[in-house]
Write a protein that binds this ligand. Structure first.
Ligand code: IPM
Ligand code: MN
Length: 319
């Protein structure tokens, strides 16, 4: 039996993850769904944002659907972001973030384990200077670029390597060098490089020119929100966090959206598209395709339940 752990988390995660569970149940596949707690509310109750009981359920599962969690801006003793912890625990190095609308169909492949997210921050001069270390390794660069090349082969065979090696000569320099070493082994791909600032501009001016973009952690975080903004917003932006084996973690790119939480109005499509990526990962390709098309085929109807109902109706009309 295939086990899926559902982690609603905070805010609208509590609304969109149950919507995804309804859709999964509608497929009537041999899947066991189990819920687990994580996030800010969980931290406030028990002092741990990702309790050992949740981790144990995740360890025993094939895939995880993660809603959203609220993270404090300031340092809170003992708090760690559950999504960052899950990425680390399962070495989910590849963050796949597709963006589709009209003639735009691109995929950002974001390195997910290092860069400016390495957690190496400190203060000096009694707090008057703050320093973050940006860690780039050959190993992580190699595997993320290889993952991006494999994705490009499944798509339009075009890869854009995004970096800032003109300034960050060591870190981006290493990433860029390794990227070209890896892509040299993919003769069927059209490969180009682009500075991250240029990439931001070109994404706005001519997003349809892009197929697969591969980049480091923070650049990928920023550009994927930009791409989401171009294609209907965060309400429709899904992602997959993939490692070597199982489990993988699937999450809507949007956060907990406290401003609209509890009102039943959150757009469930980002979570449902993430669920489609989860189904694809588990080998249910036809179901994944049908669900993806259903999500892109309708507009959000203003209520989480209504949009979910409509998507389930579309699925049930399918052969
Ligand atoms: C995302 C989010 C996370 C990230 C935060 C919540 C840690 O912004 O998944 O893009 O920056 O990776
Ligand atoms: Mn983000």
């Amino acid at each position: 039996m295939t086990i899926i752990t559902l982690i609603p988390g905070d805010g609208i995660g509590q609304e969109v993850v149950p919507a995804a569970a309804r859709v999964l149940e509608a497929f009537a596949l041999p899947l066991t769904l189990q819920y687990a707690d994580a996030g800010w509310a969980t931290f406030q109750q028990g002092g741990d944002a990702l309790p050992p009981s949740t981790l144990a359920l995740c360890e025993a599962s094939d895939a995880i659907l993660f809603g959203a969690t609220q993270s404090p801006m300031d340092k809170v003793a003992g708090y760690r972001s559950p999504i960052l912890a899950l990425r680390k625990r399962f070495d989910l190095f590849a963050n796949l973030r597709p963006a589709r609308a009209g003639d735009i169909d691109l995929l950002i492949v974001r390195e997910n384990t290092e860069g400016l997210y390495s957690g190496r921050e400190r203060v000096e001069d009694d707090g008057a200077t703050a320093i973050a270390e940006r860690v780039i390794t050959r190993r992580a660069s190699e595997r993320i670029v290889r993952a991006a090349c494999e994705q490009a082969l499944l798509r339009r065979h075009k890869l854009t390597i995004v970096h800032k090696a003109n300034v960050l000569k060591e870190t981006c320099g290493l990433f860029r060098r390794v990227a070209f070493e890896v892509t040299a082994g993919y003769a069927d791909l059209e490969v180009e490089e682009m500075l991250v600032d240029t990439a931001a501009m070109r994404l706005v001016q001519d997003p349809a020119r892009f197929d697969v973009i591969v980049t480091t952690n923070l650049f990928g975080d920023i550009l994927s929100d930009l791409a989401a903004g171009l294609t209907g917003g965060l309400g429709i932006a899904p992602s997959a966090n993939l490692g070597i084996g199982r489990p993988a973690v699937f999450e809507p790119v949007h956060g907990s959206a406290p401003d609209i939480a509890g009102k039943g109005i959150a757009d469930p499509r980002a979570a449902l598209l993430s669920t489609a990526m989860l189904l694809e990962f588990l080998g249910y390709r036809a179901e994944a395709q049908t669900l993806t098309n259903a999500c892109y085929g309708i507009a959000h109807m203003g209520s989480t339940a209504a949009t979910t109902d409509e998507i389930i109706r579309i699925l049930q009309r399918m052969p």
